[in-house]
Design a protein around this ligand. Structure first.
Ligand code: G
Ligand code: G
Ligand code: MN
Ligand code: NA
Length: 249
């Protein structure tokens, strides 16, 4: 059986689950979790880097994306009840924006779980802002009217021109970990440039892939408000994420 064939029944077979990686502020407090999909198939963990593109090609990402949103919002509602305003970041594929029911589905899920819209952050990539601008902007702004926030994931790895960045109404930019990895050797000029843009264009910044105390210090000195990475925590299973909140806060 090919991976593609195996993916057809993976949802029904309960092979997917979500893990949750904390995002912290400069004081080390958890402000958010990023929901990350995992697929366990025949005793093996298959990376989303492999299976997400397959599901995008087959269109299956729409159905599975709904499951991800539902599951992440159920966890968010639980966390919100116990710990107050902590956000949940959910990765959304460009393909999902082409699905007619996408905006309504998001609205229904946040209503059903009585989640304040601003606690749900949708992570998209720069490619979202490269075609069908009218349709995309319309959907982004409909969701923003319900409070939902948007983050650009993997920032710097795509092909966005600066004018695209200027025209998109984005709440957060996540600097890709490839730029964070080498700041001790290569310096902070990219990080500083993004910070400068963030002030004039009114978005906030999250550094991804922070792995060492030295990196944390350098980023803090640059004024980076939010960080995520193995230094703070690896992605956690659902019970682990809740337990982490209980001990850390
Ligand atoms: O957790 P990990 O580093 O393996 O994630 C690898 C990639 O898979 C990341 O780029 C992440 O954005 C993507 N990814 C993880 N979960 C989801 C998901 O639920 N939906 C989409 N579209 N991408 C995801
Ligand atoms: O593309 P996206 O940012 O959504 O990808 C998140 C991926 O990065 C997840 O697979 C997650 O497991 C991984 N990740 C998170 N923190 C770190 C880190 O500090 N170092 C490395 N190497 N990977 C990380
Ligand atoms: Mn992400
Ligand atoms: Na990333």
């Amino acid at each position: 059986m090919t991976l593609n064939e195996a993916l057809k029944g993976a949802l029904e077979r309960n092979e997917f689950r979500l893990m949750y990686q904390p995002i912290v502020d400069t004081t080390g407090q958890i402000v958010s979790f990023e929901a990350l999909m995992r697929w366990r198939y025949r005793e093996q963990e298959i990376s989303p880097v492999e299976f997400i593109p397959l599901m995008e090609q087959s269109g299956r990402i729409n159905q599975v994306g709904k499951w991800v949103l539902e599951e992440a919002c159920r966890t968010l509602a639980q966390i919100h009840q116990q710990h107050g305003n902590i956000c949940m970041c959910v990765n959304i594929s460009l393909i999902q924006f082409y699905d007619k029911g996408f905006v309504n589905n998001v609205k229904q899920v946040i209503e059903r779980y009585a989640i304040p819209g601003h606690l749900l952050h949708l992570e998209v990539t720069e490619s979202l802002f490269q075609s069908e601008q009218t349709m995309i902007n319309e959907k982004v702004s409909q969701l923003q009217q319900h409070g939902v926030k948007f983050s650009v994931d993997d920032f710097g790895t795509g092909y966005s021109s600066l004018s695209v960045i200027q025209n998109m109404n984005i709440d957060y930019i996540k600097i890709d970990r490839s730029f964070i990895q080498h700041i001790e050797q290569k310096g902070l000029s990219i990080v500083r440039a993004v910070m400068n843009m963030s002030h004039s264009l009114n978005f906030s910044v999250i550094a991804e892939g922070v792995e060492t105390e030295k990196q944390r210090q350098l980023l803090e000195q640059c004024g980076i408000p939010y960080m995520q990475g193995y230094y703070f925590s690896r992605p956690l299973e659902h019970p682990g994420a809740l337990a982490y909140l209980n001990t850390a806060m």
